[in-house]
Write a protein that binds this ligand. Structure first.
Ligand SMILES: Nc1ncnc2c1ncn2[C@@H]1O[C@H](COP(=O)(O)OP(=O)(O)OP(=O)(O)O)[C@@H](O)[C@H]1O
Length: 252
């Protein structure tokens, strides 16, 4: 069945270049991609293939040089900086490898931040219920330095989910975590998809992490070159990854 309902995010022939002349790099080369509401997509590919650039362009953190990004039905190219910032704050969540929490704020204050930045006072219980969702109901008053890496990432996920965004982007969310904490984080992301219909786009190098997704997009040299659809099997992901790496070695 082709679903022509509004995609959570759509990239249409998106190109992003860095630099000029001899040193110019085409990080994304006319990429088309569609992320349906309630889907969980992993983005994989060799180092330098354009994964982070894709995430940043899709999230409106970086502007495409050509093509179009549409978030929740809103084309980003027509937006002023001010409206783009507003859309990012209300419709997009972002989780980074390095957590990026504000050290001086408690877990609850970090989670409340996107609401406050959007000019909204959190409703009673709004922050605590999202913290409870990520299993940190009893850590609301702790600062990031008083939390483990896995707990900090769970606060970051709560912060990304509190606005109930159209899409949550995660850039190597388990990259700085041990295997057990990483698994917990992936389980939480999966639960957000299954229970709340959250749309997630996650960059990862790890086939085990990708196996939590419903679909894997493989990038090479700024293009989508391969795709796996669910249920995603870690071994198969590893085979596709190895094939891409081998093609790169041969091509180099
Ligand atoms: N700010 C920048 N200035 C110049 N070139 C850049 C910049 N950011 C990225 N690039 C180049 O664009 C290409 C894609 O980079 P990107 O970071 O998106 O790849 P990636 O797949 O996320 O890599 P990795 O897995 O190593 O994080 C690379 O060749 C990179 O060197």
């Amino acid at each position: 069945m082709t679903n022509r309902a509004t995609a959570a995010v759509e990239l249409q022939a998106v190109t992003r270049r860095y630099g000029t002349g001899e040193s110019a790099v085409t990080a994304l080369d006319r990429v088309d991609a569609r992320f349906e509401p309630g889907s969980f997509t992993a983005v994989m590919g060799p180092s330098g293939s354009g994964k982070s650039t894709l995430l940043h362009c899709a999230a409106g953190l970086d502007r495409a040089d050509a093509g179009r990004v549409v978030i929740d039905g809103v084309p980003l190219d027509g937006l002023s900086e001010r409206n783009l910032t507003r859309l990012r704050r209300t419709r997009v969540g972002f989780v980074f490898q390095s957590f990026n929490l504000i050290p001086a704020l408690t877990a609850a204050q970090n989670v409340a931040l996107p609401l406050r930045l959007a000019g909204r006072r959190p409703a009673a219980g709004e922050v605590s219920s999202v913290l409870a969702e990520v299993g940190l109901g009893d850590r609301a008053g702790h600062r990031p330095s008083e939390l483990s890496g896995g707990q900090q990432q769970r606060v970051a996920i709560a912060r990304a989910l509190v606005t109930r965004p159209a899409v949550l982007f995660a850039d190597e969310p388990t990259g700085a975590l041990d295997a057990t904490s990483g698994k917990e984080v992936l389980r939480l992301l999966r639960t957000a998809v299954d229970r709340h219909g959250q749309t997630i786009v996650m960059v990862t190098h790890d086939p085990l992490a990708a196996a939590h997704a419903d679909r894997v997009l493989f990038l090479a040299d700024g293009r989508v070159v391969d795709e796996l659809t669910g249920p995603v099997d870690a071994e198969l992901v590893a085979v596709h990854t190895a094939r891409l790496e081998a093609a790169r070695t041969v091509g180099a």
